[in-house]
Design a protein around this ligand. Sequence first.
Ligand SMILES: Nc1ncnc2c1ncn2[C@@H]1O[C@H](COP(=O)(O)OP(=O)(O)OP(=O)(O)O)[C@@H](O)[C@H]1O
Ligand SMILES: CC(C)(CO)[C@@H](O)C(=O)[O-]
Ligand code: BAL
Length: 299
Amino acid sequence: MSSFSTPTVQVFHTVAELRHWRASQSAQNKTIGFVPTMGALHAGHLTLISSAQKATNTVVVSIFVNPAQFAPHEDLDQYPRTLAQDIAKLPANTVVFAPSVAEMYPRGITTERSKQQGTFIEVLGLSEMQEGGSRPNFFRGVATVVSKLFHIVGPTVAFFGQKDVQQCCVIRAMAEDLHFPVDVRVVPTVRDSVDGLALSSRNVYLTEEQRRRAPAFYRGLCAARSMCLDAGVGGREELLAAVRAEAEREGLDVEYISLSSPRDLSELQEIGSDGAILSGAWRMGTTRLIDNILIGFEF
Ligand SMILES: Nc1ncnc2c1ncn2[C@@H]1O[C@H](COP(=O)(O)OP(=O)(O)OP(=O)(O)O)[C@@H](O)[C@H]1O
Ligand SMILES: CC(C)(CO)[C@@H](O)C(=O)[O-]
Ligand code: BAL
């Protein structure tokens, strides 16, 4: 156990320690709720944890900044690492798994894909969609680390945020394909109560002026949803144009906007009977943010 543990929050750093604890839970027939995170905890993470507390006996939160999901030019080194403060925010009786990089990647890990060695999980057909197009290592790195974590933690139910909606689709497919006996649940995005910006660990990178402009993308998503629900507009070009217009009014540098199928993330020309995910990414200086809304379906 770590020196960071508090009387009510146990922290484990090794697979062996976590497995030992997990065996004691199995012996007591306890259900385990699991919330994987990269730390820098905010109210979005705490909502996932409280959903897990309501649904299961014991909650495990992993805190691990996963190098495999970053590309060499991305913000792996800069990503906030605030373990002691994170632990202080957790409710009583939470169990934390905060492994080192060497513990999770016994053969080592580099963000340079051509030099990587060892075992990786890739959900072909989904890994290259939307975020995968912009972040070449992202979905492969996420599927790999989440399958390792599922294998180590053995959760009954795992909780992910809708803010990373495409990630949720990839993880559900991975869990189904690999027959993990885990129920993957998606929790709605927690937003700033005043301007609707999705809470994200990367919001700390924004200057005051960028933070003021950032909610324009969400306003665009809401405008598109209103066009769809109030005026029956379901065509791709009109919906994407509505998002782009709001975003560009505040000078956001839009990377992509996507209208995709919740089934397989394929791009849609028109919203069909399965509904659609309207999602996108934009840049403000060196910071890259994402957001989405669901139209005509719920997870
Ligand atoms: N605003 C939010 N509402 C609900 N869930 C969220 C929110 N932000 C993050 N999550 C979820 O918390 C889990 C851990 O996410 P992570 O630690 O990467 O935080 P993050 O705020 O998404 O950080 P990043 O800036 O890296 O995207 C993921 O399942 C993610 O979707
Ligand atoms: C699921 C995850 C913890 C895997 O590193 C990460 O992608 C995240 O925080 O969303
Ligand atoms: N919240 C997803 C983790 C990432 O952006 O790398």
